[in-house]
Design a protein around this ligand. Structure first.
Ligand code: DAH
Length: 432
């Protein structure tokens, strides 16, 4: 379970309105994350601890070197950043012009540049390591909100997190005097495992401040003016990216906007949430001395949009270095359809255990990912019951599948045996 709209939402929805434009029904947006180029140094693993990955000892984030021990701390009980996540810091897929995420970002830039005469300032290498104030307090996330939990967010220490949304930068940019901006970056969330969820993904935040002359001229009330302008802007963006596509607006809740909306697009016979947005809470503007203004903001998930636009079936592919993936995309070419290379066979393994009170599915998924990395495709709860003594059993099916090769039985058995050892050791569960 996560915070805000993009990977999944805990907030209630009220109503849905289907839009029609150019005679076509249209849609409403939201989102959801190897190693290599950003890893500055890899050290060989201690022989006794056989791991699938080398431990990355430092990463480069926008020219700043961050050492592993600044982010992965075994001695701090608040720290829950595993090595697999640390290695993703600084990868910046959104800054690769031939990568689907970078191609999509550039297409969105084109839309804003041509429709707003390059008035939106662009930020794309703000550090993903932020304070809890930036990530939560500045955008009015309540103190008891579930997104603040260690189960949902990666904490470096009690006051520092890996940002879980690009909204974490709204307040600082407003304070710097920015009035129209786009912030693109990698965001981090602890979550379940399936083809559309990955603990690292990319978002783009948009923010636009209006002063009284804007809405006074229109004769409309400031909130209505901003909400209408926001919807017009995002519908235009959706058309720019998708051409004719069915879309709808869904009323929703975010701590930082009122009213709040989600945009969904109709894709493969289903409504897909692709972005969250709304009219910014006055308190946020006030913090930056903008009490006489009104603003709109949005946050869109780049992976989810790219999966639709490029027909990419599994979110893990975005992280693949396999040439059969990377060579299919070209700078500036939006919507080239991905041709899957042969699909290798899945291997299913079940694991059953009695859970303890502290058990969470996110913790379990993190253990599995820590061992199998991108070889795990899905983790699914397939059975759950409570016995007479009040003990609860869970049975999970783990789907192992590589996107690049066939896995051997031996290899999968080895992974599964490590999962069994580690869930017992780390999660205080009793295997059945
Ligand atoms: N931060 C939200 C999320 O991650 C998305 C979002 C919603 C951003 C509304 C906004 C906004 O700026 O106004 O789900």
């Amino acid at each position: 379970m996560t915070i805000f709209s993009v990977q999944s939402t805990i907030f209630t929805r009220a109503s849905v309105s289907i839009l029609s434009s150019n005679g076509l029904k249209r849609f409403s947006f939201a989102s959801s994350s190897s190693f290599s180029s950003n890893a500055l140094h890899s050290s060989p693993l201690p022989k006794t601890k056989k791991r699938r990955f080398p431990i990355v000892s430092a990463v480069d984030i926008g020219g700043v070197t961050i050492a592993r021990n600044e982010v992965v701390r075994d001695d701090d009980p608040t720290n829950n950043v595993p090595d697999s996540i640390f290695s993703k810091l600084g990868m910046q897929l959104h800054r690769r012009d031939k990568h689907p995420i970078g191609i999509l970002k550039n297409a969105i830039y084109d839309y804003f540049d041509s429709n707003y005469d390059k008035q939106f300032d662009k930020f794309e290498d703000l550090s993903p390591i932020v304070t809890t104030k930036q990530n939560f307090d500045d955008v009015l996330v309540p103190a008891d909100h579930v997104s603040r939990s260690l189960n949902d967010t990666y904490y470096v220490d009690s006051q520092t997190v890996l940002r879980c949304h690009t909204s974490a930068h709204q307040a600082e940019l407003l304070r710097e005097g920015r009035r129209r901006f786009l912030v693109t970056g990698d965001v981090y969330r602890r979550d379940s495992i399936d083809s559309t969820h990955y603990p690292v993904f990319h978002q783009m935040e948009g923010f636009c401040v209006f002063s009284p002359e804007h809405w006074k001229e229109s004769g409309k009330d400031s909130t209505l003016y901003a909400a209408e302008d926001l919807k017009k802007c995002l519908e235009g963006l959706a058309r720019h990216l998708f051409g004719g596509v069915e879309m709808r607006w869904v009323d929703t809740y975010f701590p930082f906007t009122e009213p709040s909306f989600e945009l969904e697009i109709y894709f493969k016979e289903d409504w897909l949430e692709v972005l969250g947005c709304g009219v910014t809470e006055q308190r946020i503007l006030k913090q930056s001395g903008l009490e006489n203004n009104v603003a709109w903001a949005f946050g869109l998930g780049l992976e989810r949009l790219a999966m639709v636009l490029f027909d990419i079936p599994d979110i893990r592919l975005f992280w693949s270095d396999d040439e059969r993936f990377t060579s299919q995309f070209k700078e500036g070419e939006l919507g080239v359809k991905f041709k899957p290379f042969s699909k290798y066979p899945p291997c299913y393994k079940d694991i059953s255990f009695w859970i303890s009170e502290s058990f969470t599915e996110n913790n379990f998924c993190e253990v599995v990912r820590g061992i199998a990395g991108d070889l795990v495709e899905e983790v699914k709860l397939i059975d759950s019951f409570t016995n007479k003594k009040g003990m609860t059993s869970h049975c999970y099916r783990i789907v192992f599948r590589s996107m690049e090769r066939s896995l051997t039985d031996e290899e999968v058995n080895d992974l599964q045996s490590k999962v069994r050892d580690e869930v017992q050791r780390k999660l205080n569960v009793e295997l059945r």
